[in-house]
Design a protein around this ligand. Structure first.
Ligand code: ADP
Ligand code: ASP
Ligand code: MG
Length: 404
C-alpha cells in the first residue's frame, strides 16, 4: 500500500463537471488500495475574482483581511470534492488549513509553513478515507488565517507529502509536464521526462509558474518524489529529481521568462563608498525586493546605477529613488516598466563555454537589444523590451535545439 499526495490546480477543478472527474480519478486510485490525500486549489479565476472584490472595498486592503477572504476559494473546492467523492460511494473528509493544522508564520499573503500536524490526516487515512485538504492556506500561532502566496497550493501538497512521508507527490495541472518553455509562448516546446531540482528551482524563480518556487525548495530539502502531470490526459509527466550520472545532460534544459519586471536607473551619482547602500537602503526599507543590479565603471568620478524591481512596485520605487537622487545630487532618474526578463537554464552550462555567446548571437540576429545581463552558475538572464518577449523565447528555443 502506497501513500500519494495529489494536487489539482484551478483549471482542473474549474467547473462542477471537472470536480466530478477529479473525484473519479481519485476514487480509482483509492480503489486500488492506496492511501490518497488530495490538495485542491480554488476554482479557476476565483482567487483573482476575490482580489478584485477586495480592491473595490479599498485600494490597499489589509493583508490579514485579504487572507481571510482568499482562503474561502479553496474552502469551497474541498467541500465540493468531498461531496463528489461521497456521491461515488467513496468515503472522504475535507479539512481547511487551520483544521489540519498547517502552522505558518504570520506573514500574511506570503506565509511560510513551520509545522504540519499530521494526526487528523493519519487518523482519517487509517479509517480508509480519502483526505481532502485546502491548498494555499494555513494558520498562525494565534489562530489568524494565512495564505502562502499565489500558486501556494503546490507548496501545501509538497509539504504534506514531506510530513506524511508520502511515496510520491503528484501535481496535476493543465499541461502534461514541465516543458522546455511555456508551451503557451512556444508551441514547439518539448515535455521533459526529468528535470533536476536545481534546474526546476531556477526555472520557477525566473518566472515559470508551473510550480511555486517554495514547493520545489521543499521537495529538494525533504527529498519528496515530485511529478507534474496532466489532469486531463494519461501519461508519466515530468519527474523532478536529483542529478544522476545517467541523465543525458542537455546544455540547456529550459527557457524561463518573467513579465513582471521594471527597471530604474540613476545616472551621475558620485563614485564613493556607501553609495549603493544609500540608493538601495531606502528601497529595502520600503520592503521592495530588488532583483538585478548593475553599476557602471566610474567616469569623471560619477557612475550610473541600474536595478530591477517587480512591476507592481515600480511607481513606489521611483518616488523613493527621486528623493534619493535629490539627496545625492545625482544627475538624472530614468525608468522603464515595459521590460521583461528572459533566462536560459541548464546544469550543462557549468562545463561548457560559449553558451552566453550563442544566446547573444541568437538575440542579435533578431535585432533584439539586450538592456541588462546577469549570470549565475546554471543560468543566464537578459532584460529586453516587452515587445520582444515571444520572439526572444522562440529564437533561443531554436538556437539551443530544444524543439520537439
Ligand atoms: P494550476 O492552476 O494547475 O496550478 P498553473 O497555471 O499555475 O496551473 O501552471 C500551469 C501553467 O504553467 C501552464 O498552463 C503553462 O502555461 C505554465 N508554464 C510556464 N512555464 C512552463 C513550463 N516550462 N512547462 C510547463 N508549463 C509551464
Ligand atoms: N488559488 C491560489 C492562486 O490562485 C493558490 C493556487 O492555486 O495554488 O494563486
Ligand atoms: Mg499553479
Amino acid at each position: 500500500m502506497a501513500l500519494y499526495v495529489y494536487k489539482f490546480g484551478g483549471t482542473s477543478v474549474g467547473t462542477a463537471e471537472r470536480i466530478k472527474s477529479v473525484a473519479e480519478k481519485v476514487k480509482k486510485a483509492h480503489d486500488t488500495g492506496d492511501q490518497i490525500v488530495v490538495v485542491v486549489s480554488a476554482m479557476s479565476g476565483e482567487t483573482n475574482r476575490l482580489v478584485a472584490l477586495a480592491k473595490e472595498m479599498q485600494t490597499q486592503p489589509s493583508d490579514r483581511e485579504l487572507d481571510v477572504l482568499l482562503s474561502t476559494g479553496e474552502q469551497v473546492t474541498i467541500a465540493l470534492l468531498a461531496m463528489a467523492l461521497h456521491n461515488l460511494g467513496c468515503e472522504a473528509c475535507s479539512y481547511t488549513g487551520s483544521q489540519v493544522k498547517i502552522l505558518t508564520d504570520s506573514s500574511y499573503t506570503k506565509a511560510r509553513i513551520r509545522e504540519i500536524d499530521d494526526a487528523k490526516i493519519r487518523n482519517a487515512l487509517n479509517q480508509g478515507k480519502v483526505v481532502v485538504v485546502a491548498g494555499f492556506q494555513g494558520v498562525d500561532e494565534v489562530g489568524n488565517i494565512t495564505t502562502l502566496g499565489r500558486g501556494g497550493s503546490d507548496t501545501t501538497a509538497v509539504a504534506l507529502a514531506a510530513a506524511l512521508k508520502a511515496d510520491e507527490c503528484h501535481i496535476y495541472t493543465d499541461v502534461d509536464g514541465v516543458y522546455t518553455t511555456d508551451p503557451r509562448v512556444e508551441p514547439k516546446a518539448r515535455r521533459l521526462d526529468k528535470i533536476t531540482f536545481e534546474e526546476m528551482l531556477e526555472m520557477a524563480s525566473l518566472g515559470s509558474k508551473v510550480l511555486q518556487i517554495r514547493s520545489v525548495e521543499f521537495a529538494g530539502k525533504y527529498n519528496v518524489a515530485l511529478r507534474v502531470l496532466s489532469s486531463f490526459t494519461e501519461g508519466n509527466g515530468t519527474l523532478i529529481t536529483y542529478e544522476d550520472s545517467d541523465m543525458e545532460t542537455a546544455l540547456i534544459s529550459g527557457i524561463a521568462f518573467n513579465r513582471d519586471e521594471a527597471k530604474l536607473t540613476i545616472t551621475g551619482v558620485p563614485d564613493l563608498p556607501g553609495i549603493a547602500h544609500k540608493i538601495l537602503g531606502p528601497i529595502a526599507d520600503a520592503n521592495i525586493e530588488v532583483d538585478m543590479i548593475v553599476q557602471n565603471i566610474a567616469e569623471d568620478a560619477t557612475t550610473d546605477f541600474t536595478f530591477t524591481v517587480h512591476r507592481n512596485d515600480y511607481l513606489r520605487a521611483r518616488d523613493i529613488l527621486e528623493q534619493t537622487r535629490q539627496d545625492l545630487g545625482a544627475r538624472k532618474l530614468t525608468g522603464d516598466d515595459a521590460i521583461v526578463k528572459v533566462s536560459i537554464v541548464g546544469v550543462g552550462m557549468r562545463s561548457h563555454a560559449g553558451i552566453a555567446s550563442t544566446m547573444f548571437k541568437a538575440l542579435a540576429s533578431e535585432g533584439i537589444n539586450i538592456r541588462m545581463i546577469s549570470t549565475s552558475e546554471i543560468k543566464i538572464s537578459v532584460v529586453v523590451d516587452e515587445k520582444y518577449l515571444e520572439l526572444a523565447v522562440r529564437s533561443l528555443h531554436s538556437a539551443f535545439g530544444l524543439e520537439a
